[in-house]
Write a protein that binds this ligand. Structure first.
Ligand code: GAR
Length: 192
C-alpha cells in the first residue's frame, strides 16, 4: 500500500465538527507518520472541519449526498485522481453503498464511539447511560457493507461513572478517539 514517498495517500471524510480530523492532521504532520492527508471530503458545506483543512492547505471536496449514487461516483473519481489508498471516516454521517466499497481499491476505516459490536448506529452515549453500562469506549474498524460491522482494528475501553451524562461521557470518549485513530492507522498500515 505504501508509495515511494513512504506515506499512504489518505482522504478523511467528515460531516461536522472535525475534531478527529484535527487529530489525524496533527498525526500526519509527524515525520514518522505513515499517512499523508491529500483530501478532505464532506457532505456538509457547514462542517466546521472544512475550516481546518483550509487552514492546513488540504484540498476539500464538498458534495451533497442527496443523490447518493451520483455523489459516490463523483467522490470515486476524485479519489482516483488523487491516488487515494486509504479513507478514514471521521464523523462522516452517511452510509457508503456496497458498490462504493467494492469499487474503492484501498482500505476504508471508521471510528465509532462505542465498544463494537455493542451500540452500533446513532445516540450511542445516551443508550449506554440508559442501559447503565459500566464501560463504554471507542472502536476503529474496517468498513464493510453492514453498518459498524467490519473487522475491528483497535478499541479503547472507558469507564462509565454513575453520575455520567451524555456530555461528560462523550467528552471522555472523544479524547480517547483522538489517540486511538492514529494508533489504529499505524497498526493497519504496518500489516498491509
Ligand atoms: C465522533 O465521536 C465519532 O466517533 C462519531 O462522530 C463524532 C465525530 O466527531 N462517529 C459516529 O458516530 C459514526 N457512526 P468529530 O467530527 O469531532 O470528529
Amino acid at each position: 500500500m505504501e508509495k515511494s514517498t513512504g506515506k499512504t495517500n489518505t482522504a478523511v471524510f467528515i460531516s461536522g465538527r472535525g475534531s478527529n480530523l484535527k487529530s489525524l492532521i496533527n498525526f500526519s504532520k509527524n515525520k514518522k507518520s505513515p499517512i499523508k492527508i491529500k483530501l478532505v471530503v464532506s457532505n456538509n458545506s457547514k462542517a466546521k472541519g472544512l475550516k481546518l483543512s483550509k487552514k492546513n492547505k488540504i484540498e476539500n471536496f464538498l458534495i451533497n449526498f442527496k443523490n447518493k449514487s451520483y455523489a459516490e461516483s463523483k467522490v470515486l473519481k476524485v479519489l482516483k485522481n488523487k491516488k487515494i489508498e486509504l479513507i478514514c471516516l471521521a464523523g462522516f454521517m452517511k452510509i457508503l453503498s456496497k458498490a462504493f466499497i467494492k469499487k474503492f481499491k484501498g482500505e476504508i476505516l471508521n471510528i465509532h464511539p462505542s465498544l463494537l459490536p455493542k451500540y452500533k448506529g446513532l445516540n450511542t452515549h445516551l443508550r449506554v447511560i440508559r442501559n447503565k453500562e459500566k464501560f463504554s469506549g471507542c472502536t476503529v474498524h474496517l468498513v464493510n457493507s453492514r453498518l459498524d460491522s467490519g473487522k475491528i482494528i483497535l478499541q479503547k475501553k472507558i469507564k462509565v461513572f454513575k453520575n455520567d451524562n451524555v456530555t461528560n461521557l462523550s467528552k471522555r470518549v472523544l479524547k480517547a478517539e483522538h489517540k486511538l485513530y492514529p494508533r489504529a492507522i499505524s497498526k493497519l498500515l504496518s500489516f498491509s
